[in-house]
Design a protein around this ligand. Sequence first.
Ligand SMILES: [Zn+2]
Length: 509
Amino acid sequence: MVSITVYDGAESIGGNKIYVEAGDRGVFLDFGMNFARRNAFFDEFLSERDGRGIHDLVKLGMIPKIDVYRRDLIPSDLDGLLPSFSRIRPEAVLLSHAHTDHCGNIGLLDPDIPIMASATSVAILKALKDISPSDITGDVAYLSLKKREGEGLLLKSDRKEAYRGRQFCCPDGCRPELSEFLSDRPGSEGRNAKAFDGCGVCEKISLPFEVKSYGVNHSIYGALAYVLRSDEGSVAYTGDFRIGDDAKGLPGFLADARNASALIIEGTRAGLESDTEVTEATVHDTCRAAVDDSRGLVIADFSSKNFERLETFKRIAEETGRQLVITARDAYALYAIGCADGVCHTKGVLIYDEISDRSRRKYETETLADKCPLEYASHRQIHDDPGRYILCFSFLDMKHLLDISPEGGSYIYSSSEVFTEEQEIDFLKLKNWLDFFGIRPYGFRLIDEKLVFERGYHASGHASQKELAHTIDKIDPDVLIPVHTTNGEWFTKKWERTRLVKNGETLSI
Ligand SMILES: [Zn+2]
């Protein structure tokens, strides 16, 4: 018998933590952060306290009470509670992709649990940790072990202990450049620096299931779907996916998953009233028209992990005689992805030379300068000839416009259209910045302070209703389990085999 426990992600978009077990051996499908629950309590200036380890998350019910967490994150006041945690021993996490709602709680997991992921996802996770080394939720690729202080209520990083790298398994193989990237941490060479013992990486691990992975199309590179087989049944998991204009490895997944005992499928767009099909090709054409229309500076705003969109703007820049200028963070992530797939993603791009203390950014001054030297564009250069550039900035980079001082120009908003009310306030602020410099927005408008998105500037990374139906009908599973959705009823109405599970519920198949 195979059993599936959806510890989280059954009733929300994201936060997937799905435990699949055969006999008493099991693996997790993803171990993500549930943003909906986190945002119910925390915001930008009120967050969980790193110095209390997992205390705040356990207390607020943000992570399941299972005994899988790092021992060094357990403060003394949780010692008494720990014996009540369910005892499971996952043999691996099979990660679908590097979005935080799928990987954001891996940082809390016992580092002895290996992580299976695509080489590209591993590269992205390592780059993100190198860029922002601070909090425990970011401890996916490697971590800083903590020690109890005094009575043990407070946990502090042990400076003498080396950073501990996690063990990864890349079923699609690991190039030597990636192995090297995973064994080195920018800034760890210094005399007083904390050492880094490197991340382990292999191509195969022994698991309770025969596991096959398939590259799928999503709004981040490196997304995988999985099929798990055992004598007792098979489970197919889509992760997040779309078909769009390139189905990638989906046909192989559909063939191998056919007649699976259970299909666990994402349903982000299930039940959306206006579910329109916009592909990356449409986004290219719409954004290209906006750039053609623009004199002066063009600013392109898209999700920091959407590297495919970055490539779309790189193509538009080439077609319109402009150069793409990206942040050093983005350049470092692109360099990392290149280590995984052997493609030079930074060819022809410039790095924005922001006014800041660059000596602190070792990933830029050590790794990038050495392995992937790129030209910089200064605020003066961009000010003097703004029509030559497309600048990849987001709202948080607006402060740099005070140095560039553009006179007019365009701002193309090419990102997700799903927002909380909190973020709408940011659009008011964004509009103030744009008005201040006389920059015209594309992709969104504010009408009487109400936010309206313009079509064609963004393509969702998730399967449309038609694509979901196609996937389910092709696989024709015995049991259909929708996750990553707030519209489970859309599935129940269409497929009788649908089982809507609640968080924490176990289904035996
Ligand atoms: Zn995703």
